[in-house]
Design a protein around this ligand. Structure first.
Ligand code: HAX
Length: 440
């Protein structure tokens, strides 16, 4: 769909001029100060990245190009009047900066369907890994193995002018996103359905096709996956998966390498792996208490015990958010609308009531409220996607939309290689005139 690429270029190249002008005219202006505390807590709040696709507000949550989750659920085109918006529309919004119309979205669906062919060697790479290797290991290896197809890399080697880097990046990004449902579903069917694979159906939308290839070909699962793919797509630029993609991409590594790096970060338990941890933790609780319907008191006691053991309560807390995550709320509303009574969802709702005061009482947790991962597993489980070791792969497929739209933008801006400074601990000590010595 050449017109979408052109529309992106027309809109985004104006931002490129602004970027160049700002750099030239204002580079010496001070925009923020950095405290030692920020350095020591993972650079929280230090403005140092340019990301246009989305911005995270601590109280109102994520805004995609200015639109909140309820707004995009209301305004983005959908296939069915009472369904969820198509993730293709969110990708368009993040890339172009405008709400697309229905034709734009259907055209992206068609474009991705035509780009969805996965070379045989990618399946061979997946098949060469032991079946007990984690789905995220298989997913990342598959993405890396596709770098053989990178158009950006070929163009770079052929000596293309740097002002055209964005063009081949765009092509790689569209091919990569288009292929992800096939790869994810292949890993799913390999691991959990004895290699009984299902061919893609090019008439389906991106998320619908994923549901179909996973073998969950119902309108309910398609609707859930559309919601899932929308809400997990982006969370501004500083989270580990987005930042890792950007960082590796800043060395002009091809988009397959950059996105694979992001996925390796997403695989960590403090990030995307938390969606598995939540379900593991709840099942441990059910097993230990020997009931699928624990009382509120039992859930409180189990949560307190987890903290005493020096573990985190998965699905709670956030580095930036200071309120219930609107991605959690969107899933809660979805469950309220479509699911009558489900023991797992009942536990998740009880946790929502009891965990925040418990975390608040520790006096150290900055955000006691639930994040996106607190709900997602229980919904997937309800609809029959019970294989929780796979959940982070689903998160990864969705996250491609935001981080790869941003990477395309990075290349159009011509952002430089990222290179912050590091110092020994001693240097920071001197900076704050600390003369105490502990023998370090
Ligand atoms: N349970 C217990 N302790 C928690 C906690 C939780 N859910 N959340 C934070 N804390 C603790 C921290 O471990 C930290 O303890 P120490 O001072 O002893 O190191 C203290 O509270 C202060 O942490 P914070 O400033 O509030 O939080 P951070 O910005 O450091 O970390 C995390 C944010 C999301 C990593 C954290 O809240 C956490 O570990 N949560 C549980 C795991 C989780 O749900 N991760 C998914 C987050 C969303 C996401 O990225 N999804 O992909």
């Amino acid at each position: 769909m050449e017109y979408i690429k052109n529309r992106f270029y027309q809109k985004a190249s104006k931002c490129t001029s602004e970027y160049q002008r700002l750099k030239q005219d204002h580079s010496d202006k001070v925009i923020a100060e950095v405290t030692l505390g920020q350095v020591m807590t993972g650079m929280k709040g230090v403005p140092s990245l340019i990301t246009d696709t989305s911005k995270l507000d601590p109280t109102t949550g994520i805004r995609f190009r200015g639109y909140t989750i309820p707004e995009i659920r209301e305004r983005l085109p959908r296939l069915h009047p009472d369904g969820e918006p198509l993730p293709e529309g969110l990708f368009y919004l993040m890339l172009v900066g405008e709400i697309p119309d229905r034709d734009d979205v259907l055209n992206i669906s068609k474009d991705w369907a035509t780009r969805a062919y996965v070379p045989q060697h990618v399946f061979d790479v997946i098949d060469s890994l032991p079946k007990n290797s984690r789905p995220m290991t298989q997913f990342s290896a598959a993405i890396l193995s596709m770098a053989t197809d990178s158009i950006f890399q070929k163009a770079y080697r052929a000596g293309v002018h740097k002002k055209h880097y964005w063009d081949t990046t765009y092509e790689d990004v569209m091919n990569l996103i288009a292929r992800l449902p096939r790869i994810a579903a292949y890993i799913y069917r390999r691991n959990f359905f004895n290699d009984d694979h299902i061919e893609p159906d090019p008439r389906l939308d991106w998320a619908g096709n994923l549901a179909h290839m996973m073998g969950h070909n119902t309108e309910e699962v398609k609707r859930l996956l559309r919601l899932y793919m929308v809400i997990h797509a982006d969370h501004e630029g500083g989270n580990v998966s987005a930042h890792a993609t950007h960082l590796v991409g800043s060395a002009l590594s091809n988009p397959y390498y950059a996105y694979a790096a992001g996925m390796l970060g997403l695989a960590g338990p403090l990030h995307g792996y938390a969606n598995q941890e939540v379900i593991n933790w709840i099942f441990e609780m059910i097993q230990e208490l020997d009931t699928e319907n624990p009382t509120e008191e039992q859930i409180v006691a189990y949560s307190e015990k987890t903290l005493k053991e020096g573990r985190v309560i998965p699905g709670y807390g956030h580095a930036v958010l200071r309120q219930t995550d609107p991605r959690f709320t969107a899933q809660q509303e979805f469950a309220k609308k479509y699911i009558k009574d489900d023991p797992l969802i009942n536990i998740v709702n009880t946790l929502h009531r009891v965990v925040p005061p418990i975390l608040e009482a520790t006096g150290k947790v900055k955000n006691p409220w639930p994040n996106v991962d607190a709900y997602s597993g229980s919904l997937l489980y309800h609809y029959g996607l019970k294989e929780h070791t796979f959940y982070t792969v689903l998160f990864g497929v969705s996250r491609a939309l935001g981080v790869l739209a941003s990477l395309t933008m990075d290349r159009l801006y011509g952002l430089p290689i990222e290179r912050p400074s590091s110092y020994p601990l001693k240097w920071y000590k001197e900076k704050v005139n600390d003369t105490t010595t502990e023998g370090c």
